[in-house]
Design a protein around this ligand. Structure first.
Ligand SMILES: [Ca+2]
Length: 106
């Protein structure tokens, strides 16, 4: 498998692995989200972005539709946000909107 294929597959597999036993309704509850963050995010740089120390805050941040759980759409948005932030750190580009410099190609 190529690196990109592997990355895509990993995102799906990590989500499904933690998202509960019901394959028809894969969502992360707060406890599952906590397990996932603890086991799958080790880099302090990324950890601080997602405030894994405060699981309720992390949950609220990710749970965009406020149903108390994190679905795949919400999870993948979080992964993309982390990827964007890493990209920003490496290149100085693609930072938060309205911050002026480094924003021109958005
Ligand atoms: Ca949700």
């Amino acid at each position: 498998m190529t690196r990109l294929e592997e990355a895509i597959q990993n995102i799906v597999e990590v989500f499904l692995e933690y998202a509960g036993d019901d394959p028809k309704k894969p969502k992360l509850c707060q406890e599952e989200l906590k397990n996932m963050l603890e086991n799958e995010i080790k880099s302090p740089e990324i950890r601080e972005k997602i405030t894994a120390d405060d699981i309720e805050e992390a949950m609220q941040k990710l749970d965009k539709n406020h149903d108390g759980e994190v679905n795949f759409k919400e999870f993948s948005r979080c992964v993309m946000d982390l990827a964007k932030s890493l990209y920003h750190n490496k290149t100085g580009r693609g930072g938060k909107k309205g911050k002026g410099k480094g924003n021109e190609d958005e």
